[in-house]
Write a protein that binds this ligand. Structure first.
Ligand code: ZN
Length: 276
């Protein structure tokens, strides 16, 4: 692996622009729970295991209509966790490379934990499934999205036995109706895409400017379960005929021409760091 790391280090040092794709595997290395498969999800949420509710069922906007206290118990608990846990050192290794090599860069992630933004990304990011750090109105009143930190909620009080939210539920500042996270859920026809579209626009402009150069795509922990990030990276790789590293300890298979590193995101970044 060291020999390969040396070679990959050279690819990174020689690229003109870096496109980072990140799936659940990137977050898991910070110590955040793995929701892939019922077992992992129910281990993280015993009250939902008792009720037999799977992740795909819970991540559905209907709960905000049918049982808002449970819906906010689930998302409030996750919000507390994302706030409490620090992004792992891998995020900061990437920031160091970008600064040191003066690399134009963009992140495309399906993670809703806001950890790239916590680690210093501001505009060079597309959160394709939205973010738990942002809210939207359930009533689609035209308010648009707003930041969770602008609302009164610094922390949610959640009953560990029932997963019911005890804190007053977040409401829309414009119409006073119930608010929900600005996350793309399953069977979600009311996701407010305004923030996402602004991010899309910035990504398109970035790709027009940097796609034709010596672009490098690094994809971290983007598996086959919900393949949004994986598909995006593969499409970009095909479109720009560039170099790509897939870093994935489980779903590491690649098309001919893509480099595969069968390791976790943090391990890989730490391993590569000495060659940058
Ligand atoms: Zn509203």
């Amino acid at each position: 692996m060291e020999k390969s790391f040396e070679m990959y280090g050279e690819i990174i040092r020689n690229c003109d622009a870096l496109l980072i794709g990140a799936g659940a595997g990137m977050s898991v290395d910070s110590g955040l729970p793995d929701f892939r498969g019922n077992e992992g999800f129910w281990r993280a949420y015993p009250p939902l295991a008792k009720l037999g509710i799977r992740f795909e069922e819970m991540a559905n906007p209907r709960w905000f209509r049918d049982d808002p206290e449970l819906a906010w118990g689930f998302y409030g608990h996750r919000y507390n966790l994302y706030q409490k846990v620090k992004p792992h050192p891998g995020y900061f290794i990437l920031r160091d490379w970008i600064a040191h090599l003066k690399l134009p860069h963009f992140v495309y992630t399906s993670n809703v934990d806001g950890h790239f933004i916590k680690a210093g990304w501001v505009n060079q990011i597309l959160e394709c499934h939205g973010s738990l750090m942002h809210l939207q109105c359930m009533n689609s009143c035209g308010q648009g999205t707003w930041s969770m930190t602008e609302s009164v909620h610094k922390k949610f009080e959640v009953c560990p036995k029932s997963l019911i939210c005890k804190t007053p539920l977040p409401v829309c500042p414009k119409c006073g109706n119930l608010a929900r996270p600005n996350i793309l859920m399953f069977s979600d026809f009311d996701w407010d895409t305004s923030r996402n579209l602004r991010q899309h626009k910035r990504l398109s402009q970035w790709l027009i400017k940097h796609g034709g150069k010596n672009l490098l795509i690094m994809e971290f922990g983007a598996g086959l379960n919900v393949p949004t990030v994986r598909s995006f990276c593969e499409k970009a790789w095909l479109s720009f005929n560039c170099q790509m590293l897939r870093i994935n300890p489980r779903d590491s298979q690649v098309a001919n021409g893509i480099h595969s590193i069968r390791k976790g995101a943090l391990d890989t970044l730490q391993g590569l760091d000495k060659y940058i």
